[in-house]
Design a protein around this ligand. Structure first.
Ligand code: URA
Length: 249
C-alpha cells in the first residue's frame, strides 16, 4: 500500500472510485451555488443587535444562557435548540463548522450526522478525539429552516458569540471547516484562495478582543463526502495543522 492509500484508509476514504470528470462537475456545481452566497454574505457583515462590548464580561455559563435565549435573529424561534458547541473548554484545538444540520438540531451537539463521522475520522487520523483537548462549534448556533444557508445578518449576529468562545477557550489553533467558515478571515475570501495556508485570526467584528490565533481553513466534511478527490488536500491541511501545533511552521 502506498502512502496516499494508507492516508486515505486512515481517513476512512479509500477506495476512491469516483471518475475525475464527475468529481469536477460536482465541484463546479457547488462553486456556482456557493460563490454568489459568499459574496452576498461578506459584503454585508454588520453587527447590530448583539452588544459585543458587553459580551466581554460573559463567562461560559452566562454566554451559554445568552445564546440559548437569543432573539438577535429569527433562527432561534424556528430551531429545536441551540447548538452551542461541545468538548474541552480549555482545548488547544478548536474546530469551527458552519451551522447545525437537522441531526444536530435534534441532539444539541455539533457534527453528529454523516459529516460528523467523517470529522471524527479526520480527528483520529491526526491522533485527536472529540472532547479530548478538542472543542467543536459552529459559526451559527441555530439550525436554519430546511438547512438553508444562513443569511448575512444571521451570521453577523452569531459571530460575536464565537469570538467570545474563542476568547474564553484560548485555543492554540483554529481549524475552520468550509466556505462559510472561510468568512472567519473577514475578507470575503473564497475557500480555494485561503485553504492550505496559515492565517492569523483576530476576530470577526471590529469589537473583537481576540488576539492573533493561528487559523487553518480546510474543506467542510460534507463537501468531502461529495467530492472525495479533495480528501488528499484536506489531509495536507491537517498535516499543516499538526506541524503548526508542534511549532514546526
Ligand atoms: N455541518 C456543520 O457545519 N456543522 C454541524 O454541526 C453539522 C454539519
Amino acid at each position: 500500500m502506498n502512502r496516499e492509500e494508507a492516508i486515505l484508509r486512515e481517513l476512512n476514504l479509500y477506495p476512491l472510485w469516483q471518475r475525475r470528470e464527475q468529481a469536477q462537475s460536482v465541484l463546479e456545481q457547488v462553486t456556482a451555488v456557493v460563490q454568489p452566497v459568499t459574496e452576498q454574505i461578506t459584503s454585508k457583515i454588520v453587527v447590530e443587535k448583539v452588544d459585543m462590548q458587553n459580551l466581554d464580561s460573559y463567562d461560559w455559563p452566562k454566554l451559554q444562557a445568552l445564546v440559548k435565549n437569543c432573539t438577535a435573529c429569527t433562527l432561534r424561534a424556528s430551531c429545536t435548540q441551540t447548538v452551542f458547541g461541545m468538548g474541552d473548554v480549555r482545548a488547544d484545538w478548536l474546530f469551527v463548522g458552519e451551522w447545525p444540520g437537522a441531526d444536530e438540531d435534534i441532539q444539541g451537539e455539533p457534527f453528529v450526522g454523516q459529516s460528523g463521522k467523517l470529522l471524527d475520522n479526520m480527528l483520529a487520523a491526526i491522533k485527536l478525539k472529540r472532547g479530548h483537548n478538542v472543542y467543536i462549534t459552529n459559526i451559527v448556533k441555530c439550525y436554519p429552516p430546511g438547512n438553508r444557508t444562513p443569511e448575512a445578518n444571521e451570521i453577523a449576529q452569531c459571530v460575536p458569540y464565537l469570538d467570545r468562545q474563542i476568547q474564553l477557550i484560548q485555543p492554540k489553533l483554529i481549524v475552520a471547516l468550509g466556505e462559510t467558515a472561510a468568512l472567519l478571515l473577514g475578507h470575503g475570501a473564497m475557500l480555494s484562495g485561503v485553504r492550505g495556508k496559515l492565517h492569523d485570526y483576530r476576530g470577526s467584528s471590529s469589537y473583537s478582543l481576540v488576539k492573533g490565533i493561528p487559523l487553518i481553513i480546510t474543506y467542510h466534511p460534507t463537501y468531502l463526502l461529495h467530492t472525495p478527490l479533495k480528501k488528499t488536500e484536506a489531509w495536507d491541511d491537517l498535516c499543516l495543522a499538526v506541524a503548526t501545533m508542534q511549532g514546526l511552521v
